[in-house]
Ligand binder design. Structure first.
Ligand SMILES: N[C@@H](CCC(=O)N[C@@H](CS)C(=O)NCC(=O)O)C(=O)O
Length: 260
């Protein structure tokens, strides 16, 4: 595994630099890694520290969070859709977006349910922040939690209501997969792997984390990622988890490289 660069080191390089949250399998970052891994696009990985000010990163790219993709002197891509489109442009094979414009939009709509503001990842993050909001100001993690809460619009009512949209999204994915199975397809859209499968694989981890053999991460993060809400668990189709595991085994980098 290659050494991850600091933003100071990365800014003077050329080629593709992928800014990723270090030490945790953050779903947006893991999905971005998956795109470039599947397409075998060489890149440097750059450290972003979750919940920190990331001043050197901000000074370089104008963004404090992750993921970000910076290709040569081009503008920084930090939205999931822009990152997918960059990956597709840099290496068309294997194609991860349908050629047909309508099918392509349909795929982006499905990914939005996972990765957009108010999607599954966003709502689940509100749930994860809830117990951490109780940390006393003297706790070393307090500032990190306060930064995340402020960046991602935490409020306790929204956190309490987050399970409902998560359940609706999981049920939609279950129906989608069911239809695909009935049509004899093993992926979430069409007949081949798409970016949607990769986003599903990455986002499933914040409900059901990958085992330590695939994703070695601190116990406290694993415990936080594991969702035990019984209504969410029963909405999660076990076949979608089997699909996630199969995707890691066939297509993705294992064990995960979470950096320094
Ligand atoms: N803008 C990104 C999502 C970015 C995002 O939500 N990043 C979070 C992932 S948990 C992050 O970097 N959190 C840590 C931090 O803000 O320091 C996208 O549309 O793909």
């Amino acid at each position: 595994m290659k050494r991850w660069l600091t933003p100071e080191e990365a800014r003077s390089r050329t080629g593709l630099r992928l800014v990723l949250t270090v030490s945790v399998p953050g779903p947006w970052s893991e999905a971005a890694k998956a795109l470039f891994h599947v397409k075998k696009i060489p890149h440097d990985r750059v450290i972003q520290e979750g919940g920190s000010e990331n001043e050197a990163l901000f000074d370089w790219t104008g963004e404090r969070n992750a993921p970000q993709a910076v290709f040569n002197q081009e503008t920084t891509r930090s939205g999931w859709r822009d990152i997918i489109e960059l990956a597709e442009r840099l290496e068309p094979h294997p194609a991860l977006c349908p050629k047909n414009a309508e099918a392509r939009e349909e795929m982006f709509d499905w990914i939005a349910l996972l990765a957009d503001e108010n999607g599954l990842g966003w709502q689940r993050r509100l749930m994860l922040l809830q117990p951490m909001m109780a940390l006393p100001e003297t706790h070393p993690g307090h500032q990190m939690v306060a930064n995340l809460a402020q960046r991602y619009g935490y409020d306790s009512t929204k956190a309490q209501e987050a399970s409902r949209p998560i359940i609706q999204i999981l049920k939609k994915f279950s129906l989608l997969f069911q239809k695909q199975r009935e049509a004899g397809h093993r992926y979430l859209l069409g007949e081949s792997l798409s970016a949607l499968d990769l986003y599903w694989a990455a986002f499933a981890a914040i409900i059901d984390p990958l085992p330590p053999s695939i994703c070695p991460m601190p116990d406290v993060i694993r415990a936080g990622y594991l969702c035990e809400d019984p209504d969410i668990r029963s909405a999660l189709d076990p076949r979608l988890l089997e699909h996630r595991t199969a995707l890691y085994q066939e297509w993705l980098e294992i064990p995960l490289d979470l950096g320094p």
